[in-house]
Design a protein around this ligand. Structure first.
Ligand code: NAI
Length: 408
């Protein structure tokens, strides 16, 4: 099934997939091994991931391993249409849930999800298929939180590997990927100067650290808002101003939410904003900015002033702007993470799928971490591909680090 907008985009998509592939040497090595060893032979994989050039390279790696893989979008606005056209035969934008169901019609044995919507549909609407599932993988923080809640309630029916928790995923993808691509998206959508502006970063987790650091690099005065005291101290010691959102709302020029939480910018905060304030979200779901609250403030005085920029006029004439309909702005208004970080995230995905195929019989329905040897191997391969060498411990150092008798 395919609903992409224009078949003429196929060739352009192929070129862009290749361009991304050139920055994904670790995934390429895995693909070459998969071609020889075929570790996923005959396995049906349903993937619900952002349809981007990097994901296309992952799908081709899974296919090289012998899998029969189908892909649908994990977010209504994140699909790159030329990639969908080039991967051909699947995806599109028609309706998000229709596509998830179409991919599940494949009767998958492995699910590869980003945000856990596919896992949710499988458990709630298609429980008869659960017995056929060997296991799954999950890409993002929000999906992992949802899956852990399911496991805690005894609702999760098969084991899932949290790819997000691998060091080689969240330390790089969430931080450097989200940092760069979020600022890229805001600049592409608005063409506003960042230097000298007050940029408010809501949430100082892995993504927030990346966004705050990149905004500072562009010359912004960065303000962080947090609910976690440790994260807040870290932001303070990084040199950012930290204050409640109520105070930040009055002075911010650009607001960026990256919390995985709901209504972190609420209606009452929007009421305090300056004329011209811009809001963008880079967290997984479009709930971080209170869209119904914004709609009630602007009462229909809304126009799309540029692609991905909706202007809301408040009762007193002030205008505030929402980018990308409050959906992950880096995928809606730009191209998502650069391939060089997705190389590591998707290397973990491919190896986690292989691990699940080999180990599912010994696992129970819960959320598993990516095995440390896979995580370290991805880091080693990445360094190797970058031509960077590091030291190894000497025998004396191994002894020293393992002993408790040697001291002062
Ligand atoms: P994290 O758990 O490391 O950080 C979230 C931070 O938000 C925490 O420090 C938490 O204390 C804070 N927070 C929660 N509620 C808050 C509130 N009301 N006000 C201020 N701070 C609040 O999570 P991570 O990895 O940074 O992910 C954040 C979101 O971004 C998730 O939804 C995740 O799925 C998504 N994500 C998006 C990507 C993208 O491409 N745009 C890439 C990776 C993750």
């Amino acid at each position: 099934m395919s609903d992409y907008r224009d078949a003429a985009l196929t060739a352009a998509g192929r070129d862009r997939i290749e361009w991304a592939g050139a920055e994904m040497p670790v995934l390429k090595l895995i693909k070459e091994r998969f071609e020889k060893e075929r570790p996923l032979a005959g396995i049906r994989i349903a993937a619900c991931l952002h349809v981007t050039t990097e994901t296309a390279n992952l799908m081709e790696t899974l296919a090289a391993g012998g899998a029969e893989a189908a892909l649908c979008a994990s977010n209504p606005l994140s699909t790159q249409d030329d990639v969908a056209a080039s991967l051909a035969e699947q995806s599109g934008i028609d309706t998000y849930f229709k596509h998830i169901n179409a991919v599940l019609d494949l009767k998958p044995q492995i699910t590869m999800d980003d945000g856990a919507d596919m896992v949710g549909i499988l458990h709630k609407e298609r429980p008869d298929q659960l017995t056929e599932i060997l296991g799954g993988t999950e890409e993002t923080t929000t999906g992992v939180i949802r899956l852990r809640a399911m496991a805690k309630d005894g609702a999760l029916k098969y084991p899932i590997v949290s790819v997000n928790d691998a060091d080689t995923k969240h330390l790089f993808d969430n931080r450097f990927g989200t940092g760069q691509s979020t600022m890229d998206a805001i600049m592409r959508a608005t063409n506003r100067l960042i230097a000298g502006r007050n940029v408010v970063v809501v949430g100082y987790g892995m993504c927030g650290r990346g966004v705050a650091s990149r905004a500072r690099g562009l010359g912004a005065h960065v303000i962080v808002t947090e609910v976690d005291p440790t994260a807040a101290i870290e932001a303070v010691m990084e040199g950012f101003r930290v204050m409640p959102i109520r105070d930040a709302a009055r002075v911010g020029d650009i607001f960026i939410t990256v919390t995985g939480d709901t209504h972190v910018i609420a209606k009452e905060h929007m009421e305090l904003m300056q004329d011209g304030a811009i809001m963008a979200n880079s967290g997984h779901f479009d709930v971080e900015i209170d869209k119904p609250g914004l709609a009630s403030l602007s009462e229909g005085r809304v126009r799309r002033i540029r692609d991905f920029v909706d202007e809301h006029t408040l009762a007193d004439g002030r205008k505030v702007y929402l980018l990308g309909e409050g959906r992950l702005v880096n995928l809606a208004a730009a191209e998502g993470h650069p391939a060089a970080v997705m190389d590591m995230s998707f290397a973990n995905q491919a190896l986690a799928a292989e691990w699940m195929v080999n180990n599912h019989a010994d696992l129970t329905p819960q959320v598993y971490e990516v095995p440390e040897d896979i995580d370290k191997e991805v880091a080693r391969l990445k360094l190797h591909a970058m031509g960077i060498q590091i030291d190894t411990l000497t025998a004396e150092q191994v002894d020293y680090l393992n002993s408790w008798e040697q001291g002062t």
